[in-house]
Design a binder for this molecule. Structure first.
Ligand SMILES: Nc1ncnc2c1ncn2[C@@H]1O[C@H](COP(=O)(O)OP(=O)(O)OP(=O)(O)O)[C@@H](O)[C@H]1O
Length: 258
């Protein structure tokens, strides 16, 4: 049997954070054996109870921290540090407050000495795509929450990451803005088919967005179950009221509670 190509490969990933407790060394195990393959172009949601290590896993994939043991491959290469092959989006968009939308988007190419006319054209196109063409000269504090998220998207997408790593990106948004961002993300993914690993603790969000949902067990996290969401694409928020959606959501909730 030949191996399927994988965009992300995790094998028995473990991580314990050490800390001092009453003068003695103690440890908190965040991940206790996570194994998972993410296929190229797949939208994979990571779901689990609070503290099960979702952000830890994402930070390991991003290269911000290292696993104690196990295999962590992105695009077939071991992750040893952050890199432009992975775009990371957090709950709080990390835009530079002293730069305009346009300057924020071009920050990566500029830092790499890659500010060509073609890249500028692409930045302009991306700002159109994310609906921020009119806000190119605005500073982050002049943008709404949703606009800041879209600017952060454009800033990541200009680097053409092979994998997008998203850590509860819409968790802090109000319900309407959040639904708008979910729609935006679905449309974007439908067009670009970038591999996405999306952390959420919201079962409905995972059902709406994911091709598959990886449910992590209660802390310390390990892979509990991986479920297929075989709802038709393209999906929209209206689908959340269909019987098939409600059934898929129930299957995930049951896996979470098992
Ligand atoms: N830098 C750190 N130092 C020490 N412990 C940490 C550190 N980062 C995370 N932990 C611990 O690791 C465990 C997993 O944390 P993590 O943030 O990855 O969970 P999570 O599933 O993302 O939680 P939530 O859904 O609440 O955001 C927790 O017990 C947390 O306290």
């Amino acid at each position: 049997m030949t191996d399927q190509p994988t965009a992300v490969r995790l094998r028995d990933v473990r991580k314990t954070f050490s800390r001092r407790k009453a003068g003695r060394k103690a440890g908190r195990t965040a991940l206790d054996g996570v194994s998972l393959d993410v296929r190229p172009g797949e939208f994979l949601c990571l779901l689990g109870p609070s503290g099960c290590g979702k952000s830890t896993l994402l930070n390991i994939l991003a290269g911000f921290i290292t696993a104690d043991s196990g295999e962590v491959l992105v695009g077939g290469r071991p992750v040893t540090a952050p890199g432009h092959d992975r775009g990371v989006l957090f709950q709080t968009p990390n835009l530079f407050p002293w730069l305009t939308t346009w300057q924020n988007v071009l920050y990566g190419p500029k830092a790499r000495g890659d500010l060509t006319p073609a890249v500028r054209d692409e930045a302009a196109e991306l700002l159109e795509t994310v609906g921020l063409a009119d806000a190119r000269d605005a500073y982050p504090h002049e943008l709404s929450g949703g606009m800041r998220h879209r600017a952060a998207f454009a800033r990541v997408l200009i680097n053409h990451p092979g994998v997008l790593l998203m850590d509860e990106p819409f968790g802090a948004l109000d319900a309407i803005t959040r639904a708008g961002m979910q729609r935006f993300l679905l449309e974007l993914w439908q067009r670009r088919r970038t591999t996405i690993v999306f952390v959420t603790h919201d079962v409905e969000e995972a059902t709406l967005l994911g091709d598959r949902v990886c449910v992590l067990s209660a802390p310390p996290g390990g892979t509990k179950e991986v479920l297929d969401i075989d709802l038709p694409r393209p999906r929209s928020y209206d689908d959340t009221e269909t019987l098939a959606f409600v059934q898929a959501k129930r299957r995930i909730r049951e896996a979470l509670e098992r």
